[in-house]
Design a protein around this ligand. Structure first.
Ligand code: AMP
Ligand code: MG
Length: 423
């Protein structure tokens, strides 16, 4: 697929069926039209936590910078030691972390050394203090030592000249530490992705308001806010918009002007889609899909002006599932991560029997736990209705049942996507 093509061009693909779109195919189509951020800013490394590197980070030095000791003990010259007998060496000084031994060490001498202490010139081996005897200013080293033992070599962690991180790497605590260990205080990262989102529906009442008959509080705006904030984007809350063509048009135009990405919930299911469809046909280049999945069938995807657009279903569970299955990875690509890691997946024994028809992917909400034997097992949370948001709160994983799968008996092995840390 050619990213320069307009989205509507994919509708002539021979296997394109908007009314039965396989999960993998939808991901592929979305992927082909993403244009990542290019604007770069330089930040102090602390401020770069959670951001995406916009340049490779190269090492101008060895880490550690010098050969140093991995143990508390004595630095010696291996050539002074005997293979099968004690060697007696004169202790001529000490090398502590940050306080090196300044002189050189010659035959028959040793230096007291602590963990992190620089290996004195002439020495090549460290003997653990537990292995030696000390008497009259001498250290007595038994035979059977290995040359180079207990020495951490310069560059063991990071070699001078190495590419330590590639552009597109997310900066996590370990990366912050590595960058600091190179003495680098500032890095170039991509600017934050701006994501505007709003809810649609005449039945929605903002929190703080009073519910009339048939009304409900707008919860999607909070789950979406939470999922976006966890990803590290600038989340721009544009409120809840009535099912009114003029109001929705204004909201789409404002959102597309304000942000790189527009996310809506509700209004894309059958019956509602019609006027949104006409509106989006006028404002942009948007495709409406029924994904072969449960929950979360309707999904709209496209561009409004320069902004990427995701129209999520209104059902609270469907909105979250479609976000995690399609939007999360797409946003990471837009943030500058070329190959985002998929949600961590493992295999587990499913202790619940699950009814399922083949032909669609199901994302059942599951509770994964480890038995006393260390094996992972998973059970469903209970009612799997797409309006049961408590199923997402109880769950720590999705049980993923692929298209071809039919009913799953209790005891079967299933794939599980871990949500811990994402939710
Ligand atoms: P829709 O996709 O607009 O047809 O909505 C499907 C279902 O999701 C309806 O029962 C809505 O009431 C519910 N819903 C839509 N938007 C929200 C929202 N923002 N918060 C909670 N529930 C919603
Ligand atoms: Mg609606």
């Amino acid at each position: 697929m050619d990213a320069a093509k307009s989205l509507s061009a994919i509708t002539v693909d021979s296997d394109y069926d908007p009314n039965s779109m396989p999960v993998a195919k939808a991901r592929e189509y979305i992927r082909a039209f993403l244009t990542p951020i290019t604007t770069v800013e330089r930040l102090h490394i602390r401020a770069a936590l959670g951001r995406v590197l916009a340049e490779d980070v190269r090492s101008t030095m060895n880490v550690p910078a010098n050969d140093n000791s991995a143990m508390d003990g004595y630095a010696v010259r291996f050539g002074d030691l005997a293979a099968n007998a004690d060697a007696t060496l004169k202790i001529v000084g000490s090398s502590f972390a940050g306080r090196p031994f300044e002189g050189g060490v010659t035959g028959g001498q040793a230096v007291r050394i602590m963990t992190g202490g620089v290996i004195p010139t002439g020495c090549d081996t460290v003997i653990m203090q537990e292995r030696v005897k000390v008497a009259d200013g001498n250290v007595i080293v038994p035979g059977g030592q290995q040359q180079g033992q207990n020495v951490r070599r310069a560059g063991d962690d990071i070699r001078q000249g190495a590419t330590v991180f590639k552009r597109g790497q997310i900066v996590r605590p370990a990366e912050l530490g590595m960058i600091a260990s190179l003495g680098i205080g500032e890095v170039s990262v991509y600017r934050k992705l701006r994501v505007a989102f709003f809810s649609t529906g005449d039945e929605l009442v903002p929190i703080g308001g009073t519910l009339g008959l048939g009304q409900l509080y707008d919860s999607n705006r909070y789950t979406i806010y939470g999922m976006l904030t966890r990803l590290g984007v600038d989340a721009i809350d544009m409120g809840a918009i009535r099912d009114d063509p003029a109001a929705i048009e204004t909201a789409f135009l404002e959102a597309a002007r304000a942000a790189d990405v527009v996310i809506t919930s509700g209004g894309v299911s059958v019956g509602e889609a019609d006027f949104v469809k006409q509106l989006l046909a006028k404002l942009g280049d948007v495709l409406f899909w029924k994904i072969a999945m449960k929950p979360g069938r309707p999904l709209a995807y496209g561009k409004i002006g320069l902004a990427h657009f995701f129209g999520l279903p209104g059902n609270p569970v469907s909105a979250m599932v479609t976000f995690y299955q399609f939007v999360r990875e797409a946003l990471l690509v837009l943030m500058g991560v070329p190959e985002p890691a998929p949600l961590p997946t493992l295999k587990a024994i499913c202790t619940s029997a699950i009814k399922k028809a083949p032909g669609r992917t199901e994302f059942q909400r599951g509770i994964l736990s480890q038995g006393t034997d260390g094996a992972w097992s998973v059970r469903v949370t209970g009612d799997q209705g797409s309006g049961i948001l408590s199923s997402m709160s109880q769950a720590n994983c999705f049980i993923v049942l692929p298209d071809a799968q039919a009913n799953t008996p209790a005891g079967a092995t299933v794939d599980v996507q871990i949500l811990e840390g994402l939710l």
